[in-house]
Design a protein around this ligand. Structure first.
Ligand code: GRF
Length: 203
């Protein structure tokens, strides 16, 4: 099976997927990495791993629709079975989501449905929440609202700040994203309507 990964930055989640693949723990092949930021370090990680690395700068397009149209074309050229958003910092148009609905996963740095959107660690700290973490979910038209397939939870400690929380969460992202991708590529995850099933069991 073929995987396309969309990034915008460092690509540490991409690196986790690359390493899972190199240890035969992904269940498929990352055939391309696409970034909306041309200087994303994740593009170097892709090139170093011999993976097709494509920069598609969104600033070169005059609308979200135009950009997503170009992005769809680049993605489809690689004929993926799965699209993974790994720190892809773009709001997707409904047309884009519908095109890949049911075969697009995202990693989000919170215990969804808590803290959809940005600045999740600062918001969790401000609320003095005790439990925090990360989630892999199917992408739907609702931002960070799709059915969750896998989460990792951690305890927030009194000495945590945004940076320490980010580090703790990212360490867990690097564990759960490859697992969720492998489950999907093994055909164990299904998206249906507003729910998702794992091995036929409603999640
Ligand atoms: C991750 O923490 C992810 O949860 C968030 O953006 C970050 C991307 O980090 N959406 P990286 O580019 O994978 O290192």
């Amino acid at each position: 099976p073929r995987v396309v990964v969309l990034i915008s930055g460092s690509g540490s989640n991409l690196q986790a997927l690359i390493e899972a693949q190199s240890h035969d723990r992904l269940g498929g092949e990352i055939v391309a990495v696409i970034s909306n930021e041309a200087d994303a370090y994740g593009l170097k990680r892709a090139r170093d791993a011999g993976i097709d690395a494509v920069a598609l700068p969104h600033r070169e397009y005059d609308s979200r629709e135009a950009y997503d149209g170009a992005l769809i074309k680049v993605i489809e050229r690689h004929e993926p079975d799965l699209i993974v958003l790994a720190g892809f910092m773009r709001i997707l148009t409904p047309r884009f989501v519908q095109r890949f609905l049911g075969r697009m996963l995202n990693i989000h740095p919170s215990l969804l449905p808590a803290y959809q959107g940005l600045n999740t660690h600062a918001r969790a700290l401000a609320d003095e929440t005790k439990q925090h973490g990360c989630s892999v979910h199917f992408v739907t038209e609702e931002l960070d609202g799709g059915p969750v397939v896998l989460q990792a939870e951690l305890n927030v400690t009194s000495d945590d700040d945004v940076e320490s929380l980010k580090q703790k969460v990212q360490a867990r992202e690097h564990l759960i994203l490859p697992i969720a991708v492998q489950w999907f590529l093994q055909g164990r995850l299904q998206y249906s309507g507003d729910g998702a099933t794992m091995d036929g069991h409603l999640l």
